[in-house]
Design a protein around this ligand. Structure first.
Ligand code: HEC
Ligand code: HEC
Length: 218
């Protein structure tokens, strides 16, 4: 199933590249916008047609995610500094996709396009989280991610609002276990890993995720 997806993605890239070659005036603002839109066709296979995420593909919602963060992550994946842990199922799927983005210009164009999409509001999928308890443990997160999960570029901290709850949960688990956040070439991840260790058990993770899910619609 995974292979099929990769094959489909590969075919789409071929079409995307053919379209790109036919585009005149690369470098102008509107050509960059077009390029971002065309490149995004490749992402839809897993992240969904509107970038709202698909749990089956382990692909999180990315629509409306800040362009600076999308760009930084695509570069980290492409350099092999994110997603390469042997137990990082999601990361290992995303890594080869980042290699299709041939240049920094392509990365910037698709990141800008992703950032311009309306933010997704993926439905809750996790039960048993206590948002009130999570509010307490979220206090330590506010400095970097903001009181409403809006993110803070000066702290390299992405927005958390709009992410799928299953992705928040598995990501926090990955940080805790060291599947994400143990590569010295990715200092932002290492910093975040230290924070995830403050969430003592599975219930604490569910609670903080339940609190983050209350940020929607604000
Ligand atoms: C084969 C499926 C697949 C395709 C195609 C794909 N992705 Fe992903 N992507 C994933 C998965 C799975 C993850 C989750 C990685 C993880 O768990 O850390 C991911 C993660 C990401 C992230 C990190 C999100 C975050 O919150 O940190 C970004 C950004 C991203 N993808 C952008 C893209 C872009 C842009 C494209 C198109 C050029 C693309 N992806 C194509 C599967 C895919
Ligand atoms: C000292 C600053 C700091 C604090 C405090 C902090 N984080 Fe982070 N967090 C970061 C940074 C930086 C990243 C980006 C890591 C990267 O670039 O891969 C991040 C990434 C994340 C991600 C992954 C987002 C994604 O799209 O993949 C989640 C989820 C997260 N943090 C949740 C939390 C929670 C919950 C807390 C509180 C328990 C917290 N963070 C506290 C700095 C912080």
């Amino acid at each position: 199933m995974h292979n099929q997806r990769v094959k489909r993605a590969t075919r789409t890239t071929g079409i995307a590249l053919a379209l790109l070659l036919g585009m005149a005036g690369a470098g102008t603002a509107s050509a960059d916008d077009d390029r971002g839109r065309v490149l995004f066709d490749l992402c839809k296979q897993c992240h969904g047609p509107d970038g709202g995420g698909m749990e089956l593909s382990l692909a999180p919602s990315i629509a409306g995610l800040d362009a600076w963060y999308v760009e930084s992550q695509l570069k980290m994946f492409k350099a092999g500094n994110r997603g390469m842990h042997a137990d990082d199922l999601g990361g290992l799927r995303m890594y080869p996709m980042s290699l299709w983005l041939a240049s920094d210009e392509d990365i910037a164009a698709v990141a800008k396009y992703v950032g311009s999409l309306p933010k997704a509001e993926p439905a809750s999928t996790i039960e048993g989280g206590n948002a009130m308890a999570g509010k307490e443990s979220y206090k330590v997160c506010i400095n970097c991610h903001g009181a409403a999960g809006e993110g803070n570029q000066t702290m390299n901290s992405p927005p958390l609002v709009g992410l799928s709850d299953w992705y928040l949960k598995t990501t926090l688990e990955k940080f805790k276990s060291g599947v994400r956040g143990t590569n010295p070439k990715n200092p932002n991840e290492m910093l975040m890993r230290g924070m995830a260790l403050s969430l003592t058990d599975d219930q604490a993770i569910k609670d903080v995720v339940a609190h983050i899910m209350t940020f929607r619609g604000n």
